[in-house]
Design a protein around this ligand. Structure first.
Ligand code: AKG
Length: 321
């Protein structure tokens, strides 16, 4: 990575904020934030490194791109790899395969509301252990099913570039239904050919380097690209809270749900199953959220009307009689 690709660091960083502050300032307005100090108590942060993980589960097979590989062999591969797009270990069943891995971390306080939990074992994939060498990473994508996510770095460091939902990153071409995304073959290629273009953009991406012990909040619908700057180990979880429940339900109801929905076998029925389970566990919640959303929209329309008839600079009416 060229030094100029790593310079911009414009993410908001917070340490020790309350859950209410997180919801009000970041989750509700759907804005990224980097949270410091909220996983200090994790056993994973103290213990996890190559040696520890190989001792614990070196012979367990994890998902690595299209194949399954023993962890021990994956680290062997990582040491040899010279490719521009190294295979990435990304496994949604790690805690079932090795329960101790699941015991050594807990969901940070900000993300404890987990509404897909109402589906029990039928919930879509929602948590992954991620391991990869320097240069591995995730090319531009939006997270599945309109969920939000958190990503905690346990070892190493990751460079993040994020664009809001209404800004398609340069060099990225989603299909009209959003099911496919065409983008440069490798992450480095994106930096070489497209990163420079963002310098002159009015809407600059949010960027940062997330280091061990730090957690980034990735709001629903945000495009993001991540590249590991050194060998990294991370945990990520995607979640639904009351803040994104309606948009998740909308997403699951889209006409092409059978191709768009992911992380589960029963894609077409996920919407109805989830909605019914929410209604059974939290009666009236969906109606209440829908009512509040309508109110918010009316309020917003009033505000934009007010904006259009007043001169924002002097607070005076534009009308002349
Ligand atoms: O490579 C990473 O750590 C980022 C993972 C990611 O973007 C995702 O899980 O959506």
């Amino acid at each position: 990575m060229k030094p100029e690709w790593l310079e911009r660091d414009n993410v908001v960083r917070k340490r020790g904020i309350s859950i209410q502050e997180f919801v009000l300032n970041f989750e509700e307005p759907n804005k990224p934030v980097l949270l410091e100090g909220c996983i200090d108590n994790w056993g994973a942060l103290r213990n996890w490194d190559r040696d520890y993980l190989v001792r614990l589960c070196g012979d367990v097979r994890f998902s690595v791109g299209p194949v399954e590989m023993k962890l021990r062999d994956y680290f062997g591969y990582s040491d040899q790899v010279r490719e521009e797009r190294p295979l990435y270990l990304f496994d949604p069943k790690f805690a079932e395969k090795v329960p101790k891995l699941g015991d050594e971390y807990e969901v940070p306080v900000y993300f404890r509301e987990d509404l897909f939990g109402v589906l029990g074992n039928e919930r879509p994939d929602y948590r992954w252990i991620i391991i990869g060498p320097a240069g591995s990473g995730s090319s531009f994508h939006v997270d599945p099913n309109s969920t939000s996510a958190w990503n905690a770095v346990i070892k190493g460091s990751k460079k993040w570039v994020l664009f809001p939902p209404d800004v398609i990153p340069p060099g990225v071409h989603p299909s009209p239904d959003g099911a496919e995304v065409a983008s440069p073959v490798s992450i480095i290629e994106w930096f070489m050919n497209f990163y420079g273009a963002t310098k002159d953009w009015k809407k600059k991406p949010i960027e940062c380097i997330c280091k061990a012990g730090e957690v980034i909040f990735v709001p629903s619908g945000w495009w993001h690209l991540v590249i590991n700057l050194e060998e990294s180990i991370a945990i990520t979880q995607n979640y639904v809270s009351r803040r994104n429940l309606l948009s998740v339900l909308d997403f699951l109801k889209r006409p092409n749900a059978s191709t768009l929905v992911s992380g589960t076998r029963d894609r077409v029925n996920l919407h109805d199953n989830f909605k019914n389970a929410i209604e059974a566990s939290f009666p009236g919640e969906i109606d209440e959220l829908t009512r509040k959303e309508e109110e918010r929209k009316i309020q917003q329309r009033k505000l934009s009307f007010w904006d259009s008839v007043t001169d924002a600079n002097v607070g005076a009416f534009k009308f002349s009689f």
